[in-house]
Design a protein around this ligand. Structure first.
Ligand SMILES: [Zn+2]
Length: 166
């Protein structure tokens, strides 16, 4: 086993490594199935940063297959896996999340888990609105909560008032 320099970050890596353990750069393209090579990964990172994070980070393509787990991380993050203040992705984690699976303070997704507000097919949050909603205040086809549309007719008014605080 010999050590080679990663062409991306110059980190010393084993020549048997498929990807650089430091930056995730793919080292052995032939180890990647050809169908993934046809789908070129695309990455955009803005030069402007805020709190050490790029303002915008967009990852598209099979970044995770080429480079292990490589989420988009930024103030605004867009990608298959997105982590950011505003996260848009298949899986989104962040302050405001839009994704197949959203996890955040305010979350919208097929499956949404939100600290304050969750809107989704399956919603879990302080205020949950969804096909299946679980929350302190929940509105949904099937609602499980302290206040639901069934036991609290004023729920919509209360939720409206809650948003009045913002
Ligand atoms: Zn590297």
């Amino acid at each position: 086993m010999a050590l080679v320099n990663c062409p991306e970050c110059q980190h010393r890596v084993s020549d048997s490594a498929v990807t650089c353990p430091s930056c995730g750069h793919p080292l052995k393209m032939h180890a990647v199935p050809p169908q993934f090579l046809a789908w070129r990964p695309f990455e955009y990172k803005s030069k402007a940063t805020l709190f050490g994070l790029p303002l915008v980070h967009i990852v598209s393509g099979p970044a995770w297959t080429l480079a292990g787990f490589k989420p988009a991380k930024g103030i605004i993050a867009v990608g298959p896996v997105a982590i950011g203040v505003l996260a848009l992705g298949g899986v989104g984690l962040g302050g405001i999340c839009l994704g197949g699976i959203g996890l955040g303070i305010i979350s919208l997704g097929g499956l949404a888990v939100g600290l304050i507000l969750a809107l989704g097919g399956g919603a879990l949050g302080y205020i949950a609105v969804g096909g299946l909603a679980v929350g302190v205040y929940s509105v949904g086809g099937l609602s499980i909560g302290v206040h639901t549309i069934y036991n609290d007719p004023e729920i919509l008014e209360k939720i409206q008032r809650f948003f009045g605080f913002f």
